[in-house]
Design a protein around this ligand. Structure first.
Ligand SMILES: Cc1cc2nc3c(=O)[nH]c(=O)nc-3n(C[C@H](O)[C@H](O)[C@H](O)COP(=O)(O)O)c2cc1C
Length: 286
């Protein structure tokens, strides 16, 4: 076998660990593997099968997820955790399809938007500005949580869910961002990633990691504007990242990727015009 084939075999084997290996993983990696396996071995197949008499579902299609559910139980993880409930739901769908029964996915159809809601989305997208001056008004924790939740609802490669956060209030931990373009906060929402989750899929291109963080950051910037705050997406250097790592005792498997400052805006910059769509599209079928 060529070295390349051996590498591929090794990668494929890494998706299917022995029970003892699954049980020995730290919880973060186990849960990431659980999510990845649900996504790639059952979710996609069930949905492809459930529509328009789609692709047949193999007898053993649910076996990987059933096995991981058994390992979840063996590890004593809570049934309240979101991926456990999702696995049960998909197993229910797969069971129904295997019995030849229809699966009704219509309860999950998104609610149709009215014209006002639709336009509100585009207003939020176009009226979000990078705002770099803020009033001293305190941002309530409840608003911060809503914004952070929006970041977690961003698309994420392979459903690995690597996003973690630091919430740094300048008034509580002053000076950590000195040297950045907007050192004053008032609230710095730092986007971290738990790199352990990416062990769950060695085939996931490394560039997806940054894209995962970027997707979260964009949701965060938009959510802040939607909720009545303003902010700016910023870049930190290694010195600032090092300071944050030390101050919050962040473990080595967590990377500090980027951050968004939010607060009550005290500045209304003129929108920066964007390229016309026609100029941005380099190829187009009609
Ligand atoms: C990845 C990224 C990094 C950025 N870093 C900085 C930064 O370090 N300092 C800064 O003042 N603005 C930063 N920005 C904000 C951009 O300057 C701003 O989004 C751009 O000029 C467009 O303006 P707008 O956001 O008001 O539409 C960053 C934006 C992104 C997406």
């Amino acid at each position: 076998m060529a070295a390349n084939d051996q590498d591929i075999q090794k990668i494929l084997a890494s998706f299917n660990l022995a029970d003892e290996e699954y049980l020995a993983l730290d919880e973060t990696e186990f849960r990431a593997r659980f999510r990845e396996r649900i996504h790639h071995t059952l979710e996609i197949q069930v949905y492809a099968n459930a529509y328009r008499g789609g692709k047949p579902l193999g007898d053993k299609q649910a076996d990987t997820v059933k096995r991981l559910v058994a390992l979840w139980e063996k590890r004593g993880l809570s049934r309240e955790l979101p991926e456990y409930g999702y696995a049960q739901k998909l197993l229910g769908f797969a069971g129904a399809r295997a019995a030849g029964e229809p699966v009704d996915l219509s309860p999950f159809a998104p609610r149709p938007l009215g014209d006002t809601e639709r336009e509100a989305f585009f207003t939020i997208v176009k009226e979000r500005r990078s705002v770099r001056e803020f009033t001293s008004r305190r941002v309530p924790d409840a608003l911060i949580d809503r914004i952070l939740e929006a970041g977690l609802w961003a698309a994420h490669s392979c459903n690995l869910q690597s996003i973690r956060y630091l919430v740094v209030r300048e008034e509580v931990s002053p000076g950590l961002f000195r040297g950045s373009d907007v050192p004053g906060g008032p609230v710095h929402l730092v986007i971290l990633q738990d790199e352990r989750v990416y062990r769950a899929n060695p085939l996931n291109p490394v560039r997806n990691r940054l894209l995962d963080a970027g997707a979260a950051a964009q949701n965060i910037a938009l959510a802040a504007h939607a909720i009545g705050l303003e902010g700016v997406w910023l870049t930190f250097n290694d010195e600032i990242a090092g300071r944050l790592r030390k101050h919050y005792r962040i473990d080595g498997h967590i990377s500090l990727v980027t951050y968004v400052d939010v607060g009550y805006g005290d500045q209304t910059p003129c929108p920066i015009p964007r390229l016309p769509v026609d100029e941005a599209v380099l190829g187009r079928d009609r």
